[in-house]
Design a protein around this ligand. Structure first.
Ligand SMILES: [Cu+2]
Length: 223
């Protein structure tokens, strides 16, 4: 059976109670988060949907079969650094991309809404949140990218928070993500989807950022 996705879960030593025998290079002046967080790296090669396929194209014209998606998540201070690298897409073209709440499925809508740090109380899975107070790159993980001449592109986001609900997919959209009221967070059709493993994602779950956290949220390549 051909595997369309390779998973690698790299476990960090627990941050709490670490009895390192090497000298501290930079002693933290503030409490470190008590939860250990495992970086995860998930990659897949796009294929048509079939049961068990974890990297799916819904629009082979814009996200060809054989194109690749790779997501990396790692702790960044009290927050999270997330990056998406895609290859084999159309050249010099903008794509939207976000972390979604549900795994990819037969239908493009199966990946559910965007994960939000502070959920939009007025939103549900359908219709999704389009209020820029909630649907923004500081409250969601936006990974928009623009491909180069070879069809490769990278989008990245660093958040001062970590997920409380496990992220389960990264969705590639046909257009750059919009920010205006009523359309915020939308980015055209869902054209491809990479599922994230429940166990790996769960390890990035627990988190209460220390009150002194000063990290800022950024999203690159957004209009
Ligand atoms: Cu999305």
């Amino acid at each position: 059976m051909r595997r369309t996705a390779a998973l690698s879960l790299l476990l960090l030593p627990a941050l709490a109670g670490c009895t390192s025998d090497k000298p501290a290079e930079e002693a933290p002046s503030e409490p470190t988060p008590s939860a250990s967080v495992a970086p995860i790296s998930v990659s897949g090669t796009l294929a048509a949907y079939a049961p068990g396929v974890t990297a799916i194209t819904y629009d082979p014209a814009l996200a060809p079969v054989g194109a690749t998606m790779k997501i990396d998540m790692a702790p960044a201070g009290a927050g999270l650094s997330v990056s998406l690298t895609a290859g084999g897409l159309k050249p010099t073209r903008a794509y939207g991309a976000h972390v979604h709440a549900m795994p990819c499925g037969a239908k493009a809508t199966d990946s559910g809404p965007h994960l939000q740090h502070t959920p939009d109380p007025a939103a549900s899975a359908s219709p999704p949140s389009v209020d820029p107070n909630y649907a923004n790159p500081g409250n969601e993980v936006w990974l928009d990218l623009t491909t180069d001449a070879t069809g490769t592109g990278t989008g990245a986001s660093t958040t001062p928070w970590r997920f409380t609900d496990a992220p389960r997919s990264v969705v590639l959209h046909a257009e750059a993500t919009k920010t205006e009221p009523g359309k915020a967070g939308t980015a055209g059709a869902r054209i491809a989807c990479l599922s994230l493993p429940a166990d790996g994602a769960a390890s990035a779950t627990p988190l209460t950022p220390p009150p002194t956290a000063t990290a800022t949220a950024t999203a690159t390549a957004t209009p």
